[in-house]
Design a binder for this molecule. Structure first.
Ligand code: PRX
Length: 677
């Protein structure tokens, strides 16, 4: 066997959390974790009943879990049957009732350095005003409300207001286009759209509401457009507009929280799949909340009002998740779970690199952040800017750091460990733990994750399952793969309370996407493998989902946006390795007339896609092609397109209907030369 290089040796090592963290931890060592995990999967109803005690119920549930009884609740069943609760009661009122009304609940910081600290009382007042404002616009329990907003405090307030009155929010990421907002509004028939006049981004005001011109008029279900005047910019007005902040000011600060059934939907969040149409992932009230609270409680182990761990309420730990609320990470890890635990949570309006590259760490110093959670793509972007952006800030309070969204690969993992984690090297490196959390929009919260205080880490591994979760590796035929270091399909063989219940309006799609391929299992769509110590490594998507900067995009959606340009005949997109984004979009485009192929045309198409699908969807690399390789059934052979793009061996082309196109693609790719970012 060849000798391992120094880097390979370092990569293969185990890394340990600072020992002091285990002393007061809720689970104090790995034996205790393995024991609790075994108990939790063997007695999962008892286990989840224990966890459900972290929540206050208006009416106790009668049954923890009711197994599937028909097609509508296939695999997942029903959770906490008969229970009544309200998520905002758990996030706000209960802490006021326990005497913590004047403690900090949420700290919001704007791009311009302005800070708004909300106590449980002041946040409740705002949420109630927003809830009453929504009611005055006719919003009732079960109605859908679409929020298309930047990371302003009112995003948190309005989402909580929806939950307070039992309206189902559907938040659309600010980086998506107005057309994507329309698709999502139409799909779930939202009656209200809440939107800001403009967005503040990197020191400039940029259009938001104006992008909806001509589009919002075609959304038949919309009754009111609730405008949040953020910049006061001069924007297009629409007859259904309501000045939402002015309306809020007219409202009372009292609004009882609506008792919701455990299984009532809390929100819809659209996510990309393998077809052109995004899926409206539906999460319920009780299961989602119990799962979110439980995962955060044990994984991060922070002091919070639910368990102060000897801290005073005023010097509780401080939690900062850098995600956008437009993604599931923001829903679960900025708002619902930390707030229901009574943690101090931070929400920041801006980007990590403006006005300077140390913005995250500045925020950590300023608010004494103890637990910091970000994405590998952000780590890669920051690592390029130099260590002094981190080291000049006082990060003494920091206890744990974490990542989510994609694999945290060795270079960024090591940088994070050394520079932010202040980790040591040597035989047994010790430092601030890096929590590598693997989960999905669909799963509600962490599925595979290290317990920050105790789990020895391996770079790039999300380590072991969360409590109550039983992962399985399967081959094509659905048989278990138990051999270490063997790539397999990654699934779970048991439901858990936080699993999505359905795809809004298309239950069949839910079943077909997640449950049909391996009956009796939820299939993640990812490949994974274990090593010889049972550590899990996620190997990426097995389907046509592309991750750009940790954001999930469906290739079919991107292709639909490209194909909507009148000069495009056909397109095929694949992920291409990118030093900061992890992957970027590489698009093969066949024009109606190959003679139009030019650099100018590439720019035209890029601009078109941005306007149709939004800035988050950007075909960064374009290669014109006379045709793309397809199977005889007409399916694009993305494996070959990936190999051509990365100039690797293309392997077998026997199954292609048109093998002759491959040579031409290889030549065109050679002519493009090295791709610079
Ligand atoms: O491929 C996996 C990857 O992100 C997918 C889920 O994307 P999304 O629903 O947008 O949720 C992201 C935030 C929860 C997964 O199917 N993924 C997520 N976390 C990790 C990851 N891949 C490797 N390691 C992770 N920690």
């Amino acid at each position: 066997m060849s000798e391992l290089t120094e880097t390979e040796k370092e990569k293969a090592k185990k890394y340990y959390p600072l020992p002091a963290l285990a002393e007061k931890a809720r689970i104090q060592n790995m034996d205790a974790y393995f024991e609790k995990w075994k108990y939790s999967v063997e007695n999962f109803e008892e286990f989840w009943a224990e966890e459900a005690k972290m929540i206050d119920w208006f009416t106790p549930y009668q049954k923890v879990w009711q197994p599937p009884q028909g097609e509508q609740d296939e695999f997942v069943g029903k959770w906490f049957v008969g229970g009544k609760l309200n998520v905002t009661y758990n996030c706000l009122d209960r802490w006021i009732e326990k005497g913590y009304g004047d403690e900090t609940a949420l700290i919001w910081m704007g791009e311009d350095d302005s800070v708004k600290k909300f106590t449980y009382k002041s946040l409740t007042d705002e949420v109630n005003k927003a809830a009453n404002a929504l009611k005055s616009l006719g919003v009732k329990k079960g109605d859908r409300v679409c929020l298309w907003l930047p990371m302003i405090e009112n995003l948190a307030i309005v989402m909580l207001a929806c939950a307070r009155i039992g309206a189902i929010h559907s938040i659309v990421f600010g980086g998506f286009s107005a057309e994507s907002v329309k698709d999502r509004i139409d799909d779930s028939e939202c009656t209200i759209l809440v939107v800001a006049d403009e967005v503040r981004r990197a020191g400039k005001n940029r259009p938001m509401k104006d992008n909806l011109k001509g589009i919002i008029d075609t959304c038949d279900s919309i009754e009111h457009v609730a405008v949040i005047k953020l910049t006061g910019g001069d924007v297009y007005e629409y007859e259904k507009d309501v000045d939402f902040l002015a309306l809020m000011e007219e409202q009372s600060t009292t609004c009882e929280s609506e008792p919701m059934d455990a299984e009532d939907p809390l929100f819809i969040l659209y996510t990309s799949g393998t077809t052109g149409k995004p899926k409206g992932v539906v999460h319920t009230t009780a299961g989602y909340l119990v799962f979110g609270v439980s995962t955060n409680y044990y994984v991060w182990d922070y002091s919070c009002l639910l368990d102060l761990k000897g801290d005073t309420p005023a010097n509780r730990d401080v939690w900062y998740c850098t995600a956008d609320i437009g993604w599931i990470t923001g829903h679960t890890q900025i708002i619902y779970s930390p707030m229901a635990l009574g943690a101090v949570t931070i929400m920041y309006e801006g980007v990590p690199t403006w006005p300077h590259g140390g913005r995250f760490w500045e925020i950590c110093e300023k608010f004494g952040v103890t637990h910091f959670y970000t994405a590998p793509t952000a780590i890669r972007a920051l690592m390029k800017l130099g260590d002094e952006n981190v080291t000049k800030w006082n990060l003494e309070k920091l206890k744990m750091i974490g990542t989510v969204g994609e694999v945290c690969n060795w270079p960024e993992w090591k940088w994070y460990w050394d520079v932010v984690g202040k980790g040591s090297s040597g035989e047994k490196p010790i430092g601030r733990p890096i929590v590598d959390s693997y989960w999905q929009t669909e799963t509600g919260s962490y599925m595979m994750v290290n317990l920050g205080a105790v789990t020895p880490m391996k770079p790039g591994s999300c380590t072991f399952p969360y409590l109550g979760i039983n992962p399985v590796l399967l081959d094509e035929a659905g048989s278990k793969v138990e051999t270490p270091n063997t790539q397999a399909y990654f699934a779970y063989d048991k439901p858990w309370p936080g699993l999505m219940r359905t795809v809004w309006g298309d239950h069949e799609r839910f079943v077909n996407t997640y449950l049909a391929q391996f009956p009796g299992h939820y299939f993640t769509g990812d490949y994974a493998q274990i090593d010889d110590e049972g550590y899990y490594f996620i190997l990426g998507r097995s389907d046509d989902v592309i991750k750009v900067s940790g954001h999930r995009l469906g290739s079919a959606e991107v292709e639909a946006a490209i194909n909507s340009h009148p000069k495009v005949a056909e397109s095929a997109v694949i992920p291409y390795p990118h030093p900061v984004k992890g992957s970027t979009i590489f698009a093969y485009i066949t024009l109606m007339n190959d003679e139009d192929a030019s650099d100018e045309m590439k720019k035209v198409i890029q601009k078109h896609v941005r306007s149709v699908a939004g800035p988050a969807v950007y075909p960064e690399i374009i290669m014109f092609a006379t045709a793309v390789p397809k199977t005889r059934s007409g399916k694009i052979m993305r494996r070959i397109l990936k190999a051509v793009a990365e100039q690797k061996d293309i392997g077998n082309t026997m199954t292609l209907a048109n093998p002759e196109v491959v040579e031409g693609l290889i030549t065109r790719r050679q002519m493009m030369g090295e791709i610079q970012f």
